[in-house]
Write a protein that binds this ligand. Structure first.
Ligand SMILES: NC(=O)c1ccc[n+]([C@@H]2O[C@H](COP(=O)([O-])OP(=O)(O)OC[C@H]3O[C@@H](n4cnc5c(N)ncnc54)[C@H](O)[C@@H]3O)[C@@H](O)[C@H]2O)c1
Ligand SMILES: O=C(O)C(=O)C[C@@H](O)[C@H](O)[C@H](O)COP(=O)(O)O
Ligand SMILES: [Zn+2]
Length: 352
C-alpha cells in the first residue's frame, strides 16, 4: 500500500489503497460531507456509512460548484446544522469539489479540520494534495482561495473504475505534467495501456505521480518559488476555461496549455519538447478548441496569479525536468499562438 508523506508546516499522509473509501475514519464526532452530483451514489453511500456525517451536502458537478453562490450556500448549511470548531469537513469528488470543500473548511468559523477523498484521477494526482483550495470568479479561475492542506488524503483506485474515459484522460494531463517538469519516467507510463485502474502496475504509477506534487509542496507550500512549476501549461489553460465559461474542462485545457508552453520554451531556446506534448494531445483526444484569437484570451492570462507588477510570467522548460519561470515578449506569445492554434486543430479528432 503506497503511503506518501507530505511535509511542511502540518504534515499529513496520502494513502493509495484499493477499498480505502469504505474504511475511512476521522477523529471528529461531527462531520460535514461535501460531495458532487456526478459522484456515483455507491461511493457516496460507502463514505456515508463509514463516517455517519451529521450533514451530507450535494453540490453541482464540475466547476459549477466553484462559485461564490454555491460557496455561500454550503457555509449556511453548515451553520444551520450547528457544525462547531471541533467538527470536520470532508470533501468527496473531483478537483472542483475538493477545491470548494477545502475553501469552505478554511473559512468556516475561521477554519475547521479538512479531509480529502478525491474520486477522479486529477483529484488524486494533483488537486487533493498541496492545500490549494478555492473558487472561481467570472474574471478567472481560482481567483479566490486559501492555502489550507487536508489533514489526510485517501485515494481509492477502485473509484476510478466508474470514471467516464474522457474524465480519466482529462486527469492524465496533470500526471503527464509531473512527467515533463520532474519525473520523465511518467511520460511513457501514463500513456501506456497499463495505466488503467484495474491494472496491477497502476497504483505505483499513480503514487509516483502524486509523489512529484508532494515533494514540491513539502518544500514550498505557499508558492514562494518552486511551486509555480506545477503551473506548467496553466496560464493558457485557465484562460481557455474562463473564456469558455468552463465549457472546456481543466484537464483538456491543461493538455492544450502544455503544448503552448512547450512551443514557447522552444521559441526561447529550450530543447524542443513539443513532440511530447503533441503526442499527449493525440492520446488525450481533448474536446475541440473553440475559435479564439490571442486577444480573446490575453485579458484572462493577464490575471494569472503568477503575474506581478511587471506582467505575466510563464512556466517554461529548458529541457525535461528543468522548469523555470520567465516573462515572454508579446510578439513571441502571438507568433507561437498562431503555430499552436494550427497544431491544435488537428488533435480534437474524435472528442467523446
Ligand atoms: N487545488 C489544486 O491544486 C488543483 C489542481 C488541479 C486542478 N484543480 C481543479 O480541479 C478541477 C478539475 O477537477 P477534475 O478534473 O477532478 O474534474 P471535476 O471535479 O470537475 O470532476 C469531473 C467529473 O467527474 C465526475 N466524477 C467524479 N468522480 C467520479 C467517479 N468516481 N466516477 C464517475 N464520475 C465521477 C464529477 O462529478 C464531474 O462530473 C478544476 O476546478 C481545477 O481548477 C485544483
Ligand atoms: O498546486 C499547484 O500549485 C498547481 O499549480 C497545480 C495545478 O494543476 C492546479 O490547477 C492549481 O489549482 C492551479 O493553481 P493556480 O494558483 O494557478 O490557481
Ligand atoms: Zn491543474
Amino acid at each position: 500500500m503506497p503511503r506518501i508523506e507530505v511535509g511542511g508546516p502540518a504534515p499529513y499522509p496520502v494513502t493509495v489503497e484499493r477499498g480505502t473509501l469504505e474504511r475511512v475514519r476521522v477523529p471528529h464526532a461531527q462531520v460535514a460531507l461535501i460531495h458532487d452530483a456526478g459522484v456515483p451514489e455507491r461511493w457516496v453511500r460507502q463514505v456515508e456509512q463509514a463516517l455517519s456525517p451529521a450533514l451530507s451536502v450535494q453540490v453541482p458537478a464540475r466547476d459549477d460548484s466553484k462559485t461564490v453562490t454555491v460557496y455561500a450556500d454550503v457555509l449556511s448549511q453548515l451553520a444551520q446544522a450547528g457544525l462547531t470548531r471541533s467538527g470536520a469537513v470532508v470533501g468527496l469528488g473531483g478537483g472542483a469539489t475538493t477545491d470548494l470543500a477545502g475553501f469552505v473548511a478554511a473559512t468556516y468559523l475561521r477554519g475547521v479540520a479538512f479531509y480529502s477523498l478525491p474520486t477522479t484521477l486529477l483529484g488524486m494526482v494533483d488537486a487533493a494534495v498541496g492545500g490549494k483550495t478555492g473558487i472561481n470568479l467570472p474574471e478567472g479561475k481560482n481567483l479566490v482561495g486559501a492555502f489550507y492542506p487536508a489533514r489526510a488524503v485517501w485515494c481509492d483506485p477502485q473509484v476510478l473504475e466508474t470514471l467516464p474515459p474522457a474524465v480519466f484522460r482529462e486527469g492524465a494531463a496533470e500526471a503527464y505534467k509531473h512527467g515533463l517538469i520532474a519525473d520523465p519516467s511518467l511520460l511513457e507510463r501514463v500513456l501506456s495501456p497499463d495505466f488503467r485502474p484495474e491494472h496491477p502496475a497502476f497504483e505505483d504509477t499513480l503514487a509516483d505521480a502524486i509523489r512529484v506534487k508532494a515533494e514540491v509542496v513539502t518544500r514550498d507550500l505557499t508558492e514562494q518559488g518552486e511551486r509555480a512549476h506545477l503551473n506548467f501549461g496553466h496560464t493558457l489553460a485557465h484562460a481557455l476555461e474562463a473564456v469558455t465559461h468552463h465549457g472546456m474542462s481543466h484537464g483538456f485545457a491543461v493538455g492544450y496549455g502544455m503544448h503552448y508552453a512547450a512551443l514557447l520554451s522552444r521559441a526561447l531556446g529550450g530543447t524542443d519538447l513539443s513532440s511530447h506534448t503533441r503526442r499527449f494531445l493525440a492520446w488525450q483526444q481533448p474536446s475541440p478548441l473553440p475559435e479564439l484569437s490571442f486577444d480573446d484570451l490575453s485579458p484572462y492570462m493577464a490575471r494569472d496569479k503568477k503575474a506581478d507588477d511587471q506582467g505575466v510570467r510563464f512556466v517554461l522548460l529548458h529541457d525535461l525536468a528543468r522548469p523555470y519561470l520567465a516573462r515572454v515578449p508579446d510578439t513571441t506569445l502571438r507568433e507561437v499562438y498562431a503555430t499552436w492554434q494550427q497544431d491544435c486543430t488537428a488533435f480534437a479528432l474524435s472528442p467523446s
